[in-house]
Design a protein around this ligand. Structure first.
Ligand SMILES: *Cc1c(COP(=O)(O)O)cnc(C)c1O
Length: 467
């Protein structure tokens, strides 16, 4: 499979090179030249397969040419071996026609593990084969950083730097990044918001000399392999509830738009998905954009669901590219409009295409807390605030179309956000076994200003010391 950039001016790459690149050299995002098409009988044949085997089937056409079948099987099996639930991604029923796909049984208790564990295995393999090293940089609103540090900690080929917004991640999230004690992973507390961290990372990638000097690699959901690994659980979840014989909708707690975008690609590949429901917290740029056609970031507000406290949703660029008929010139124009005016207008034909697949709902802080309380009272399940945003949006979709089952993605374990969960339900969820002493471990904290040069200098010094 070949990969092209949304901005049309970067070289076309094979899977392994797109994996190592992360962001394209023209500032765009890579995506596959074509999408494999799944017929109903192939979808049906996923029934009852172990998760890793289903993952191999879904991912194989995308990695072909670079990973052979035995290699794909081995690295996929290794990626999902560390999950704490035999079903890897189990489904629970919450209400009539409303289900939760639990994606938080991985090593760091958030759905990010599904993609990051696979990415860690895949990158390590490519780098070892090439005898190469890489510097991985990423921005995190909390969960990506923990997942990346867990996936890459101790690997010989990589030095990992994760930028997180100081004081804006939960204690559990911060400690998952600062207590690992592996010399090749570095969590950097930036004096700013997530969007500042993401901007610094994008600027460092945009400095092509620095990028080459440091051999930068990206693990944010700008990396296509993240999206790819997430497509799998849409297939697995839908098949478990009766696809391809019946269609369902997915409600997806959304920040950077990577997770729900994976659902969009699953649909484009032939999975019978009815509505893709974008669920946001009070940082509702995507809800406003779908309603008005006007994409206009505002200031970020801190909420109970910090992993979604994002204004600039990077992966929306991939959807805009698809909705504008894969026209890179249209994308370049929109992105320069965003850079100069701080906003852009989505063309009406593109907006119509987006609305044909997506709905978007904003869930405010009160509704989020009430949803956690309601699910606990009515089903005994304790869910986290991010998952609650998805469940609440799922209920809104069900009110409009009661006959279509809705699968809400459970994106984090409640123990990652114990304060918000306790306020809403009265229950303080304990951390599962391997993390039970997390709050007593020793932290190492490196603070840096909200400044690209300061971060670049730190990376240079630290990577040089390690080489
Ligand atoms: C990252 C994250 C999200 C948002 O996912 P995107 O792919 O960025 O839209 C939602 N919930 C949790 C718990 C997360 O960690």
């Amino acid at each position: 499979m070949r990969y092209i950039s949304t901005r049309g001016a970067a070289p076309t790459l094979g899977f392994a090179d797109a994996l190592l690149a992360g962001l394209a050299r023209d500032g765009g995002l890579y995506l596959p030249l074509s999408l494999p098409q799944w017929r109903p009988d192939a979808i049906r044949a996923l029934r009852g397969l172990p998760y890793a085997e289903a993952a191999v089937r879904v991912m194989t056409p995308f990695v072909g040419g670079d990973f052979g079948p035995a290699e794909t099987e081995a690295l996929t099996a290794a990626a999902y071996a560390g999950f704490r639930h035999a079903a890897t991604a189990p489904i629970a029923q919450i209400d009539d026609n409303l289900f939760a796909l639990e994606l938080f049984h991985g090593p760091t208790l958030a759905f990010k593990d599904f993609a990051m564990q696979w990415l860690g295995q895949a990158m390590n393999r490519v780098l070892r084969q090439r005898g190469a090293r890489a510097t991985i940089i990423g921005a995190t609103s909390g969960d990506t950083g923990a997942a990346a540090i867990e996936a890459f900690g101790g690997q010989s080929q990589v030095e990992v730097f994760i930028l997180y917004p100081r004081g804006r991640v939960s204690d559990v999230q911060r400690r998952q990044m600062t207590t690992v004690g592996k010399p090749n992973v570095h969590a950097l507390a930036i004096e700013g918001a997530f969007d500042d961290c993401q901007r610094i990372v994008k600027e460092l990638f945009g400095d092509l000399a620095f990028r080459d000097e440091m051999r930068l690699s990206g693990v944010n959901s700008i990396n296509w392999a993240r999206i790819l690994a997430q497509i799998v659980y849409y297939f697995v979840g839908a098949v478990a509830l009766g696809a391809p014989e019946r269609a369902m909708s997915f409600a997806v707690p959304t920040g950077n738009f990577g997770d729900v975008l994976a659902g969009y690609y699953a649909k484009r590949m032939g999975l019978p998905v009815d509505r893709l429901i974008i669920a946001t917290n009070e940082n509702d740029i995507l809800v406003r954009a779908l309603a008005s056609g006007h994409y206009a970031p505002k200031g970020v507000k801190a909420t109970q669901s910090p992993s979604m406290d994002i204004q600039v949703s990077s992966n929306f660029e991939r959807l805009l590219f698809e909705a504008s008929g894969r026209n890179p010139d249209a994308l370049v124009a929109l992105m320069s409009e965003l850079a100069s005016d701080g906003a852009f207008a989505i063309r009406s034909d593109a907006l119509t295409r987006i609305r044909a697949d997506f709905d978007a709902f904003r869930v405010d802080e009160t509704a989020c807390a009430e949803e956690m309380g309601r699910v606990y009272r009515e089903s005994g399940m304790v869910i986290d605030p991010h998952s609650a945003v998805g469940v609440h949006a799922g209920r809104k979709a069900l009110a409009a179309a009661p006959a279509t089952p809705v699968i809400a993605l459970g994106t984090a374990h409640p123990a990652k956000f114990p304060d918000a969960v306790e306020r809403a339900t009265g229950v303080r969820p304990p951390l599962p076994e391997p993390l039970s002493d997390l709050m007593d471990r020793r932290e190492t904290i490196v603070g840096l200003p909200n400044d690209r040069q300061a971060v670049a200098d730190y990376l240079r010094q630290t990577a040089r010391a390690a080489a």
